[in-house]
Design a protein around this ligand. Sequence first.
Ligand code: GLU
Length: 285
Amino acid sequence: MTAPAQLVTRFAPSPTGFLHLGHAHAALLAWRAAREAGGRFLLRIEDIDSTRCRPEFTEAILEDLCWLGLDWDGPVRVQSRHMADYERTLSALRQRNLLYPCFCTRGEIAREIAASASAPHGPDGPLYPGICLRLSAARVEARLAQGEPHALRLNMSRGLRCLDQPLSFEDAVRGRVVCDPARFGDVVLARKEIPASYHLCVTHDDARDGVTMVTRGDDLLPATDLHRLLQALMNWPEPRYAHHRLLADAAGRRLSKRDGAPTLRDLRASGATPAEIRSLAGWPD
Ligand code: GLU
């Protein structure tokens, strides 16, 4: 008899600001699930976007989590220190002709979309209209040889053709969910200024670290369709998912950094204790 796989969960914040109660909720859910099952709880800092992430926020995240009373297993994985891992994944996809270089500027894409009769939208915005997919191989080679900056896009229709069965995932709240990754179109997996994307790094790291249950906010539910496709293409295991609701303020607005939700630091400065924060974050003490 094989032993049941150990539960491995993770909390994966992006250090673009201080943690607020919504983050505390997400972190506590993942931590508690692992601790109750005698599993492992991992911490990952998703800081590949150097234009938005700052090391002082990473320090603050670690400090706030310790203050809340959370502990994690093994070293913290800081994504920006592992770019070579993501490059290897990109080159594996590229060798199978599943990626293509895109030289377009935002303006070129916007003009092409404005000029076309239909402009389908996906979860990340308007779908790429395929401009660089129509370039001849010789033209692509010439532009690459000139060192022209480019992103790498997934060739979605080719990717879908690699599948031998429809994709789905098991969600703790929703049950089996059928995926429709095509709604992302030819999504960017490496940007011009940042040589990897969130979608690529998150699926790579969850597989690398043996995460068996991905707990995260339900704002990321659509992204899971694409993540399942990347997992299938890379032959990575399928984790279970628990997309939880996002905490809202008194007016019903989802807590967010952008809308100025009070940070754990603000609450702490006004005298809140870790136990009070845990309870505000939906933790039954
Ligand atoms: N880094 C993402 C965020 O802070 C979370 C990614 C995930 O949990 O998959 O929104």
